[in-house]
Write a protein that binds this ligand. Structure first.
Ligand code: GAP
Length: 477
């Protein structure tokens, strides 16, 4: 691994590679885009699917105590009243008096000690702009706030923070009135609580057990940004793990361990991770303990995943608002019923992808050329094998294409590439992280064998075509 700067230039390289090679593009680009929306291209969707499938295998299919669901994205609006999202799922918003851009008050430097308590005066001022003597008392000019969009500003030029609900609203049916309002879910989590009774009855589980879901969530973020880090439409992989309250500490520790195993599997360097215990004043009111997994992104240390002990808050609220009984009855004594408590590990799919891209990116200087290699774990790589005939001539291209098709039918993702020199073709595959390149040469016509080249070791071995599928599978494990 070469010495690579992990500053903002790494972010630029990742964004540019993603666009150039078809991992992630700006959404609606030919129409000038749509603020901070991103589309996953042909390679991006393979990478994303590999990550989601591995997560599902590890946390659902390989565990006896987990089940999965795939719930509707639009839920009865009472769900969000019950959880408190309608009333409190808000961010503090401020507006710049110069460019009118809105930003999150907690994402920019706010009032200095000098201006504390002058909020109303300042708020009044910015609507009554520029130039009056009242406008520029020196002690107010030397404050720390600058607009993250235009770079201008001081306390006088921004509004006082006001609360802004982040749920996206729409209407069901032809009449756009208050009775038809529904929300695009801001988290996948609630479906696991709302479906608790059905899950329990149909899967006949006992405590402890968990329900998992992967799917889209929507938040009207005031300041989306940093590529796919903060978006308005994103994907989550969430688990609600139902437990007896007296066992919460043991289960919490178990899930810290599981998070660590997952992070190792996706190849994140340990020294770039921070497990931050969220303090009483910063924690959501319903949580008794929250640990945020934070990562050293090129734009700073920020949240990657969250782990929360949500107590019985959600199930109790849904009992209260729906009238349904959401309890677990002790099988030995049916009269002994409890509302289970919950440990919630929550993973962002897009942040996982961003971290996987940042961790995989590597550069090697060879012959005054930069070799970019995406060192994805092999299971994660969007293309597993590239088939490269040594010449474009039909003599080689026809049988090489047959080998490619044979591998596709063995469920491997394959790219066939016959243009330009073999060296350039290797570079192209390295740049998208393809673990194995298979060259089909003139000898292949005689000995019915091909050469496999490994992305990381650069080792080359000759393998009979008849054994190729097995050989590749063994190497990808
Ligand atoms: N159910 C709990 C919950 O939703 P959260 O911390 O708000 O908790 C969980 O979100 C995870 O979802 C985050 O750790 C992050 O990975 C991802 N996430 C949240 N907001 C996001 C956004 N605007 N864009 C991309 N990912 C986001």
């Amino acid at each position: 691994m070469s010495e690579l700067s992990r500053g903002p230039e790494l972010m630029e390289k990742i964004v540019s590679l993603c666009k150039r090679r078809g991992f992630v593009y700006p959404g609606s680009e030919i129409y000038g885009g749509l603020a901070n929306s991103w589309d996953y291209g042909p390679l991006g969707v393979e990478l994303k699917n590999n990550i989601k499938q591995m997560w599902w295998k590890m946390f659902v299919q390989r565990r006896a105590d987990m089940v999965g669901i795939d719930a509707a994205l639009l839920m009865n609006p009472k769900v969000w009243e019950a959880t408190g999202h309608v009333a409190t799922f808000c961010d503090p918003l401020v507006e710049c008096g110069f460019c009118h851009a809105r930003s999150r008050a907690d994402h920019v430097k706010t009032m200095s000690k000098m201006t504390e308590g002058f909020g109303d005066f300042i708020n009044e001022y910015w609507r009554d702009p520029v130039g009056t003597a009242k406008a520029k008392p020196e002690f107010l000019m030397n404050t720390s706030w600058t607009c993250p969009t235009c770079g201008k500003g001081n306390e006088l030029s921004k509004t006082a923070p006001r609360q802004f609900n982040m749920m996206l609203k729409t209407w069901l049916g032809p009449v756009e009135d208050q009775t038809a309002v529904v929300y695009l879910r801001p988290e996948t989590a609630q479906a696991m609580f709302v479906d608790f009774k059905n899950i329990l009855e149909t899967s006949r589980r006992r405590l402890p057990f968990g329900a998992a879901q992967i799917g889209k969530a929507f938040r009207n973020e005031i300041t989306p940004g940093n590529f796919i880090f903060r978006q308005r439409e994103f994907e989550q992989m969430e688990i609600e793990y139902f437990i007896k309250p007296e066992e919460w500490e043991t289960h919490f520790e178990h899930w810290v361990g599981e998070l660590k195993k997952w992070l190792k599997l996706i190849g994140v360097k340990e020294d770039r991770l921070h497990y931050v215990d969220i303090s009483d004043e910063d924690r959501a009111f319903y949580s008794k303990r929250t640990v945020d997994v934070e990562y050293d992104y090129p734009f700073g240390q920020k949240e990657l995943y969250g782990l929360a002990y949500r107590t019985d808050y959600d199930l109790s609220k849904h009992e209260q608002f729906s009238g349904a009984e959401l309890k677990f009855a002790d099988p030995e004594n049916q009269a002994n019923k409890i509302v289970p408590h919950v440990i919630e590990p929550s993973f962002g799919v897009d942040r996982t992808i961003l971290v996987a891209l940042l961790e995989a990116y590597d550069e090697e200087i060879t012959d005054e050329e930069i070799r970019i290699v995406m060192r994805f774990p092999y299971w994660m790589a969007p293309v597993k094998v590239a088939i490269l005939p040594l010449s474009k001539k039909e003599e080689l291209s026809v049988p090489a294409k047959e080998v490619a098709q044979m591998l596709r039918e063995a469920d491997l993702t394959v790219e066939y590439d016959e243009t330009q020199s073999i060296g350039k073709r290797y570079r192209r595959q390295d740049e998208i992280g393809t673990p194995l390149c298979v060259t089909f040469d003139f000898d292949s016509l005689e000995d019915k064998a091909v050469t496999i080249r490994d992305r990381d070791t650069m080792e080359q071995v000759r393998v009979p075509i008849s054994e190729l599928v097995v050989e590749i599978r063994n190497r990808l494990v």
